[in-house]
Design a protein around this ligand. Sequence first.
Ligand SMILES: Nc1ncnc2c1ncn2[C@@H]1O[C@H](COP(=O)(O)OP(=O)(O)OP(=O)(O)O)[C@@H](O)[C@H]1O
Ligand SMILES: [Zn+2]
Length: 625
Amino acid sequence: MDTQQQQSAIKGAKVLMVGAGGIGCELLKTLALSGFEDIHIIDMDTIEVSNLNRQFLFRRSHVGQSKAKVARDAVLRFRPHISIRSYHANVKNPEFDVDFFKQFDVILNGLDNLDARRHVNRLCLAADVPLVESGTTGFLGQVTVHVKGKTECYECQTKPAPKTYPVCTITSTPTKFVHCIVWAKELLFAKLFGDKNQDNDLNVRSNNSASSSKETEDVFERAEDEDIEQYGRKIYDHVFGSNIEAALSNEETWKNRRRPRPIYSKDVLPESLIQQNGGSQNCSVADDDSTVSAMPSLGLKNPQELWGLTQNSLVFIEALKLFFAKRKKEIGHLTFDKDDQLAVEFVTAAANIRAESFGIPLHSLFEAKGIAGNIVHAVATTNAIIAGLIVIEAIKVLKKDADKYRMTYCLEHPSRKMLLMPVEPFEPNPSCYVCSKTPLVLEINTQKSKLRDVVDKIVKAKLGMNLPLIMHGASLLYEVGDDLDDIMVANYNANLEKSLSELPSPVINGSSLTVEDLQQELSCKINVKHREEFDEEKEPEGMVLSGWTQAPATNGESASTSNNENVSDVTESSSGPEIASKKRSFSETQPENHKKEAENIESEDEDLMEIENPMIVSKKKKRVE
Ligand SMILES: Nc1ncnc2c1ncn2[C@@H]1O[C@H](COP(=O)(O)OP(=O)(O)OP(=O)(O)O)[C@@H](O)[C@H]1O
Ligand SMILES: [Zn+2]
């Protein structure tokens, strides 16, 4: 195809971009400048101040407005003749069904979460439209091409699960700052400001304290007229003082570990804080709850500054006081949010006091916020490179140049003198439950587990289905939808509370369930195996789903257990959790054909890049800033 034909393929193409954030803004600009003339954009968000440093189509005056619409308007200003249609909506909405997807020649993802990516993948498969998928995490980035039947789909390889930590490390034996952060936000913050009834273990148990769960309840309960500062000190002394003391009495635990130091408020703080700093009266309180802050009244300005034990203790008490004084209505419903200043202050302070107790280095609010919010600071240049690569792959897709499709990884440091690492796409995984018809296997106690457990833990959480329907033979066990009558809803609700073996059509060892999502047009079979017992630590869900997790040896790696230290701690929910697995796949468990490709790359370098845009080829030699 010559350049002119390529240009007319681009001009005639109708493309859908999903996500108008960091990658999306770059992508829309690059599409427009590359000659695309019919672009649709979906994004459900509005613009926030924190987006402005890299989402360059947006200005301060746009804060609060639809990202999709503002991005469209900004690009139309320098490409007025092209057609851009924006949708301020969730891509999972029913109006974006298979027929909607079918009108496009290619779909381009610039998303930041697994859930939406999986949904788009399924619609692309159902509509038989190619997908170019992307993600960035700091300096790392990737672009992959998914064409039904030709390459693996986005879900052919499992994505690394969010990093989790053993419960006892968090509750009793933290060794890293991140353990203190998880404790502060998942246990302490949740206990104080979230749902009081949730399971929560804030006792550092010792063997002989058959412990005081009753006592713990009492500590956290605040009497209506109890002075807030006194209450704060009581919590402080309980979690940093007596709990640690109780834990220390269990000698066995500390045989090979550094012993923590109990910390009590009276040893760190002056008797009355009100005299010290004027209490919460002087704090900065704006109308918006998310801007309430404990820092100003304590004279703390710089979030990058390291606070000592006393400063952290002051922030702890002050933030707690402010929650009760200024945000009382929210108490009982709060969950930690990285954009909630007071929550970040409280969690930073609590994590630092715990870190001090366990001899772990303290961190600034800025650093703690990054860890608590799973933030890897976005790098605008990575987004720009990735957007360029998306357009290159989109053009190959439009030209149906299948031999040239590449999955490309943007690395942090040059490897074999390259920052961009192209790899031939893998073939579809024949055991993928999404793009092939291979059944899954569910090991479950069919007498004890309820249908609700299967719906919540498997069908929704693991299979990512939106509007599920479950059938056993010809019997419909469960369904979701607006058009159901009351009797059906009552029947399905009754089924949810029944164990599998008690269902109208009993599901027992050897049964086969059909699970479908009508919106995603995805259907898969689940073969049920009865199992009596599950290991509470290793299999906490009380059931095990398997079947598609392992891609065959010729077809890639098992990506389920990524451990890449560079990114695993912090990328849980950010834009590219899969980077970890792909990186690992390249360096450690590369299938033979890709190893060979890597060797060739080393010797022939640029030729093998097969990246047609000279701008990109030259960029790979530069350091990514
Ligand atoms: N289900 C969805 N439907 C539509 N748009 C979505 C969906 N999920 C995510 N997005 C959009 O994808 C974009 C991802 O962009 P990006 O990774 O830059 O995140 P951000 O929210 O803009 O920035 P940050 O999370 O770093 O503050 C966001 O604009 C977000 O609104
Ligand atoms: Zn697949």
